[in-house]
Write a new protein. Structure first.
Length: 285
């Protein structure tokens, strides 16, 4: 009630943060909070509904995967849809509240692409003509980092940025929320680049391992003069592909200087590759 008090025009960030803390502390918090918030979002008092939407977005930021799982259920999504639908409260809900609810649902389709029900709910609103076009999410909108985050995420490992982000999100100044939004976007971009590097490394090392194993088998048969013409062509193709993988491994090694374990994997793959290429030259060429 304090976090959504309609008699106070500005957001009560202290109460909002305490509400989030309570959701995290109570085992039933993630399932109870959306029900309480839905009731407030449907309030005929515009300011109370807007405050409740701010609380909702802050919970999405701070209350983790269990809370995300609850808001992605049709049971909760339907309560938001009622605010927009002319069959329910859409006829008397203010345009400001309806616009904000639309922004919230749309932003979740972007931030939680794995949650099919959110996407389905939003598409239904568009199909019914309740939402005419995708909203432009304002710069000062609090956006959550994607969830679940991988282990060793930049949100956890970069302590300085995480502390700055936490401080900005607790602020009640619009410019601080804009700065938090920009920081989240830059951190997510960094996270995506880091994930792409890891993916490239895993895929390349996997391909090296498969190719080396296959070449070993074919070379063994070549020595015994038991290799068909088709297999000889396969062996030559594998050799050419492995030649191209070597510079790729060197590039990966230069990108991975700060991760000893990953660097060791790359160097080990390079040793195996060098060995099998040398063996090919010796036996075949």
């Amino acid at each position: 009630d304090k976090a959504t008090d309609p008699s106070i025009p500005e957001e009560n960030w202290e109460c909002i943060q305490r509400f989030c803390d309570q959701v995290n502390a109570d085992i039933e918090g993630p399932s109870l909070a959306p029900r309480l918030l839905a009731h407030k979002i449907q309030s005929p008092q515009e300011i109370e509904a807007l405050h409740a939407l701010t609380v909702l977005e802050t919970c999405v930021n701070n209350c983790g995967e269990s809370f995300h799982h609850e808001i992605a259920k049709f049971r909760f999504l339907n309560e938001l849809i009622k605010v927009l639908s002319p069959k329910y409260y859409g006829t008397w809900s203010s345009e400001k509240v309806k616009s904000r609810v639309t922004e919230v649902i749309f932003s979740w389709t972007v931030w939680f692409p794995q949650e099919v029900k959110i996407r389905d709910a939003y598409q239904m609103l568009k199909k019914q003509g309740i939402v005419k076009e995708d909203p432009k999410v304002p710069e000062d909108k609090i956006l959550p980092p994607p969830s679940p985050r991988p282990q060793n995420s930049i949100f956890d490992t970069d302590e300085e940025k995480s502390k700055l982000l936490a401080r900005l999100l607790k602020s009640n100044h619009s410019e601080d929320l804009q700065a938090a939004n920009r920081l989240i976007k830059s951190m997510i971009k960094e996270e995506q680049e880091k994930s792409a590097k890891v993916s490239r490394r895993v895929n390349t090392i996997g391909e090296v391992s498969e190719n080396v194993k296959r070449m070993d088998e074919l070379l063994e048969n070549y020595k015994k003069q038991e290799l068909s013409k088709s297999d000889q062509e396969t062996l030559q193709t594998l050799f050419q592909r492995c030649e191209k993988l070597r510079p790729l491994l060197f590039r990966l090694a230069s990108e991975t200087v700060d991760d000893d374990e990953a660097l060791a994997e790359i160097l080990q793959a390079n040793d195996k590759l060098t060995q099998v290429l040398g063996q090919y030259r010796q036996v075949v060429a």
